[in-house]
Design a protein around this ligand. Structure first.
Ligand code: AP5
Ligand code: MG
Length: 229
């Protein structure tokens, strides 16, 4: 295990953010913070906040900024994220969220913003075939199902289709990506934090590309004079 890192992962829906963010977080020994997973867990627990978030999610709409920012700020304030770092998955998704994150972390608070770049026709195939474990969120694809009868290899939970992976919701989510989230690539490029990685290929190959890119950025920062890090 390598020492901590502060990263966020950007990319279209279905680009492989969740798949790769879990592995990157494990590699660096830092928490994986996925706003989508947090909302789905709250919805499954039927908390008031979770039920509200579910209404937006099932239509493929974004959960309002003030709610999302509050949840992320609370999570980033926990000891593990403060002490070790984090991999943010699915946050930020709007300009306001990105600006608020900068304010929360302060200058130099982020090592890199990794964009997993995948063409739209590929993400459409991935999303329509995706299946997830209802209990632990592990991800599968109809072409690579779990070993036994749609039960999760990890915890035996039911493996099902996400409500927002139905065609109407997928269309809306990708539309919102173009309008709200795509422009964040320019935002992070302007801050000198953007790293673009080709997200097409075997899972291990994409993972190694991300690690190479992140390590290059880290080495560069470590070699910079203190005031410029
Ligand atoms: P969230 O859960 O974050 O969903 P998303 O952004 O729509 O992204 P996905 O999880 O669909 O895709 P992914 O990139 O993680 O791909 P995955 O690794 O699963 O958010 C859900 C909802 O919550 C939002 O729509 C919104 O309502 C709300 N929300 C969350 N954050 C918010 C925020 N900040 N602001 C406002 N609202 C927010 O991979 C996809 C499939 O492809 C899988 O089947 C996988 O096995 C497969 N796959 C992955 N990599 C490869 C590869 N290299 N080759 C082949 N197949 C692959
Ligand atoms: Mg995801």
């Amino acid at each position: 295990m390598t020492s901590g890192v502060r990263l966020l992962v950007l990319g279209k829906q279905g680009a492989g953010k969740g798949t790769q963010a879990v592995r990157i977080a494990r590699h660096y020994g830092v928490p994986h913070i996925s706003t989508g997973d947090m909302f789905r867990a709250a919805a499954a627990a039927r908390t008031q906040f979770g039920l509200k978030a579910k209404e937006f999610m099932k239509r493929g709409e974004l959960v309002p900024d003030d709610i999302v920012i509050g949840v992320v700020a609370e999570r980033l304030a926990k000891d593990d994220a403060v002490d070790d770092g984090f991999v943010l998955d699915g946050f930020p998704r709007t300009r306001m969220q990105a600006e608020e994150l900068q304010r929360l972390l302060g200058p130099g608070g982020l090592d890199a913003a990794v964009d997993i770049d995948v063409p739209t026709d590929v993400v459409l195939r991935r999303l329509s075939g995706r299946r997830v474990c209802r209990t632990c969120g592990a991800t599968y694809h109809v072409e690579k199902p779990p070993k036994v009868d749609w039960l999760c290899d990890r915890d035996g939970g039911d493996v099902v289709q996400r409500e927002d992976d139905k065609p109407e919701a997928i269309g809306r989510r990708l539309e919102l990506y173009e309008q709200e989230t795509g422009p964040l690539l320019d935002f992070y490029e302007g801050l000198g934090l953007l790293v673009i990685v080709d997200g097409v290929g075997e899972l291990d190959d994409v993972f190694n590309r991300i690690l190479d890119a992140v390590e290059t950025v880290r080495q560069f920062r470590l070699s910079a004079p203190r005031g410029q890090r």
